[in-house]
Write a new protein. Structure first.
Length: 365
């Protein structure tokens, strides 16, 4: 019932007036893997933004599609070759290279992931709280669009539990897939130093922001579509990796999250094993209630076609809500089994958020 109240609270606080700002001097940083295919849909959606900006493609230097795009559209696209990292995450290494190459006129920084499907209002909504001095760091969050197979729908259902959590300016962790800050805040944090030696960009920035008592504001209507599909093992590894990032950066945050899900998992176990039909009915009632409200949220913030795809994840919370909770707990516990994180073709050993060793994985892993 508490989870139902939480989702209803998220729905109640969705902004009705989704105001945008288009300040001058916006630099958008996009970190890319070498096998990036150019993402014509992503580039078209970025061109459709309501904000003028300069796009920085941060690569290791071996990304032909990024180099070609910068050559064709150099008036607004810049190519950065960061090289290969030695003691930090590849993504972090590319972001730091982009930060070192900023221009004096870059007054607002936006960080995006290459696997999102950004709405036309994305940049304007992220920049609105900054332009009005209502926040220091602004963030959206992902909403997974499940592909084929049952596992992607289950992963989407687990992620939906996180996406629709109530958020406040004092209890928000930024998401690196859609995050913005002013140049002044980046300088105040010494962002290059914050990221140095780290694996997770958003966890490092978020924890540094908390320590600096910055105003970190979520834009609740920016649940950004992010497709997910693949083999069951890969999808499971994705979930474990997300929580391993959390655990290796903040054991306390991981412990609180795991404790909450463990309590709900234990309640479901009791209800099914020893409880009454009334207890099971209450659990299913809450599951259906959450699904219906999340459907309203998805319909409100996503494009119609995207909202329809998201419903594949909602069915899990309607048919087997206990399976979603147990799967969530399993991912959290698996994250505690090791400090190794496989990400982007590399194997990292992480301690307290810092990379202690790294090696390239074979191509077939």
């Amino acid at each position: 019932m508490l989870t139902l109240i939480g989702v209803a609270t998220y729905w109640r606080h969705l902004p009705t007036e989704r105001k945008e700002e288009a300040p001058e001097g916006v630099a958008v940083v996009l970190s890319l893997r070498d096998d990036w295919d150019g993402s014509p849909n992503l580039i078209a959606r970025l061109k459709a933004q309501h904000v003028r900006f300069r796009l920085i493609l941060a690569t290791s230097g071996d990304c032909p599609a990024a180099r070609d795009l910068a050559a064709r559209e150099g008036d607004w696209v810049q190519f950065i070759a960061a090289g290969t990292a030695q003691d930090e995450g590849q993504k972090v290494h590319k972001l730091r290279a982009a930060l070192r190459d900023l221009r004096p006129e870059d007054r607002c920084l936006v960080f995006l992931d290459a696997d999102i499907v950004p709405p036309a209002r994305l940049l304007g909504r992220l920049l609105f709280p900054l332009a009005r001095d209502k926040a220091d760091i602004v963030t959206g969050y992902r909403l997974l669009l499940p592909g084929r197979g049952w596992m992607s729908g289950l992963v989407g259902a687990v992620e939906m539990q996180l996406a629709t959590l109530p958020r406040s300016a004092t209890a928000t962790m930024p998401w690196g897939g859609a995050m913005a800050m002013t140049r002044a805040v980046a300088d105040r944090l010494d962002l290059d130093a914050v990221l140095a030696g780290r694996l997770s960009d958003d966890m490092s920035i978020g924890l540094a922001g908390w320590r600096a008592k910055l105003r970190m504001r979520p834009v609740r209507d920016l649940l950004v579509a992010s497709p997910i599909e693949g083999r069951a093992a890969d999808l499971l590894a994705f979930g474990v990796r997300q929580y391993r990032h959390v655990r290796t950066n903040s054991l306390r945050m991981w412990g609180i999250a795991t404790g909450v899900v463990a309590a709900q998992s234990a309640a479901w176990l009791w209800a099914i094993g020893w409880g009454s039909w009334t207890a099971i009915a209450i659990g299913y009632g809450a599951g259906w209630g959450r699904a219906l409200i999340r459907r309203k949220i998805a319909t409100s913030v996503l494009e119609p076609g995207q909202a329809k795809v998201v419903q594949r994840s909602l069915y899990w919370d309607m048919v087997t809500p206990f399976a979603v909770t147990w799967a969530h707990l399993a991912v959290q516990l698996a994250a505690a089994m090791s400090n190794d994180i496989r990400w982007g073709g590399w194997l990292y050993r992480v301690k307290r958020g810092r990379v202690t060793s790294m090696c390239r994985l074979p191509a077939d892993i």
